[in-house]
Design a protein. Sequence first.
Length: 90
Amino acid sequence: MPKRQSGNKKNKQSNFAKLSIFQPNKYKFKKSCPLSIKGAPTIDYKNIKLLKKYTSENGKILPSRITNVSQKKQRELSLSIKRARNLALI
């Protein structure tokens, strides 16, 4: 009589099942900043189309972890959004 192999399947797990939330993620890859690449638009308070891209529906500034913007560009972006709000352009 052949042996059952159903018991062996329980012991085998995929790599993703073994990962824990406390382990560092090996599969993370770095995303480039869309405003730092060559040919990217300059950040200015007058460029409303660009600024609306980085604000939510409620008018809040989106965080850089969502938009993948670098820290330097995020500071410029938030400053220009605040200026545009103050001048009632947004």
